[in-house]
Design a protein around this ligand. Structure first.
Ligand code: GAP
Length: 488
């Protein structure tokens, strides 16, 4: 049973230290969120799982960590300055700013209808106040601007810089650096995790759409004659397997063939998650979790000094490097093509929290929340709980066990409540195991290990405890580490 709606997760996340509304002391900053002690662990575990899966388990992917602020020309030649726009509409009545492509159109409107015409004909309502007095859509660039240099004036165009709206460009401009230093031959990929920024017109729905977020992107470089469309499908399947290994239920994922393609894409398939199960219309229950795009050779070409257009004119007079690749076996030089799986850390975390949410009624008829996170992702792996906190020997033994486990797994000690309350608290934050130290432990050097999902308990010798927990924490589903079987 996943969470019935995002609000249930917002409340759990705040109550239990996963995510807090940002800047609360000043009344909050709309759509900005801070990750608390458990949230930061969960995010780190997702990112580490992704990095291990792509960079360590495979043999064909390298990692990088590029700057957030890049040369302004990166965004000029990537096409973001000219085209990274959302269509902005204002409601003249209540002054709400809206995205034209997200407005609800009258029932029966054909898919290819012109939204600007419908607005002009007063057929579209403001979702906030119901007025039909809306402005015409106009392009709004989503890159967040900044000024660079201590002496710069705010409106000095020479000082204009951007916070990156995608991590991908930091990979493209380092293509040759990585390829030559790591002596890579095609096909190979470059992965990067990091913050991206977009001045979203309508952020919202908790951590689903924010102006600051984190991406896990990988650019997979292949020969121009590779079977690109098939590669997109293969990466879709690999990601479905990865999400399954993380614990997402396949019935809450679906594929969407994108029609309104980004300026760089020849094909994009989105993996959608059911973030809005409470909505009656099935179609409106889904939102993008990640996208897998075939970006052709667009970016490497755009950033290259030698690339020419159909009239053999240089397309980039500012670049001082050529990002082409020399293929030794065929003695040919070309710009590699790219398949790009681009996922969001925050959207993955939200999907995982929603999918892991479950409720169970105990013997007393009380409803308990259990967060059935996969053990590899759980922020805390084991909670060590003393049955009696006024017995120094029991407390001492519990603390010693916590210290001995810490080098191999994330463990905490807690004595701030009765045992029932402590179990309930750990269930709610997804801790797979509670280890209870009781009076008998002092005699038999054994403890009780309680399973989060079954509530079953078993007695384990303290000397075997670390090995026992480590074995049970191993992921039950392993993800295929095979490469894609392309010729090198
Ligand atoms: N380099 C390609 C690219 O950035 P995208 O579909 O715009 O593609 C990739 O972004 C992923 O980044 C999305 O699928 C989503 O998970 C995440 N993402 C994008 N915008 C976001 C936002 N405003 N808030 C949270 N996550 C976002």
């Amino acid at each position: 049973m996943p969470a019935p709606n995002i609000d249930t997760i917002v409340s759990l996340a705040k109550r239990r230290g996963f995510v807090f509304p940002s800047s609360e002391v000043y009344g909050g900053l709309g759509s900005a969120w801070d990750y608390g002690p458990l949230g930061v662990e969960l995010c780190n575990n997702v990112k580490q799982s992704w990095w291990r899966w792509l960079v360590y388990d495979r043999d064909d992917i390298e990692g990088v960590d590029s700057s957030i602020i890049l040369h302004r020309n990166v965004w000029k030649y990537s096409g973001h300055e000219a085209t990274f726009h959302d269509p902005l509409v204002d409601c003249r009545e209540c002054k709400t700013r809206l995205r034209a492509d997200k407005l609800e159109l009258p029932p029966g409107t054909p898919e290819d209808a012109n939204v600007a015409e419908l607005i002009k004909a007063k057929k579209v309502k403001c979702p906030n106040c119901g007025s039909t007095d809306l402005t015409e859509p106009r392009p709004f660039n989503m890159m967040l601007r900044t000024t660079l240099g201590a002496a710069s004036a705010e409106d000095d165009p020479a000082a204009l810089g951007y916070l990156r709206p995608e991590t991908a460009q930091g990979i493209f401009i380092n293509f040759l650096n990585v390829q030559t230093t790591m002596r890579r031959k095609l096909p190979f990929g470059i992965a990067q995790v990091g913050k991206s920024f977009r001045n979203e017109i309508t952020p919202g729905n908790f951590i689903l759409r924010t102006r600051e977020f984190e991406q896990m992107e990988m650019e997979y470089f292949v020969k121009p004659d590779a079977d690109h469309l098939k590669l997109v499908d293969e990466w879709v399947e690999l990601y479905l397997d990865w999400f399954a290994a993380l614990g997402l239920n396949r019935s809450n994922l679906k594929l969407f063939e994108v029609e309104a393609l980004a300026h760089y894409s020849k094909r994009t398939v989105d993996i959608m998650y059911r973030y809005f199960p409470e909505r009656d219309e099935e179609e409106r229950q889904w939102e993008e979790l990640m996208g897998i795009a075939y970006r052709t050779d667009f970016d490497l070409r755009s950033h290259s000094s030698k690339a020419t257009d159909s009239e053999m004119l240089r397309t980039n007079p500012d670049s001082v490097e050529d990002l082409s690749y020399f293929d030794e076996p065929t003695k040919q030089r070309f710009y590699p093509h790219v398949i790009e799986p681009a996922a969001g850390v925050n959207r993955t975390v939200l999907a995982l929290l929603m999918d892991a949410y479950s409720e169970r009624t105990n013997d007393k008829g009380e409803t308990r929340v259990i967060l059935k996170l996969s053990p590899q992702l759980a922020p805390i792996k084991a909670a060590i709980l003393p049955l009696a906190k006024n017995k120094p020997e029991i407390v001492g033994m519990a603390k010693a066990i916590k210290r001995s486990l810490q080098p191999v797994l994330r463990a905490v000690y807690d004595d701030t409540g009765g045992i029932g309350k402590l179990y309930a608290r750990q269930d709610e934050i997804g801790t797979p195991f509670c280890v209870t130290v009781d009076h008998q432990s002092l005699e038999d050097e054994a403890v009780t290990v309680r399973d989060r999902d079954t509530w079953e308990q078993e007695r384990i010798k303290v000397s075997d405890l670390a090995e026992h927990l480590q074995k049970r924490l191993k992921p039950s589903v392993s993800i295929g580490a095979s490469t894609l079987g392309l010729e090198s």
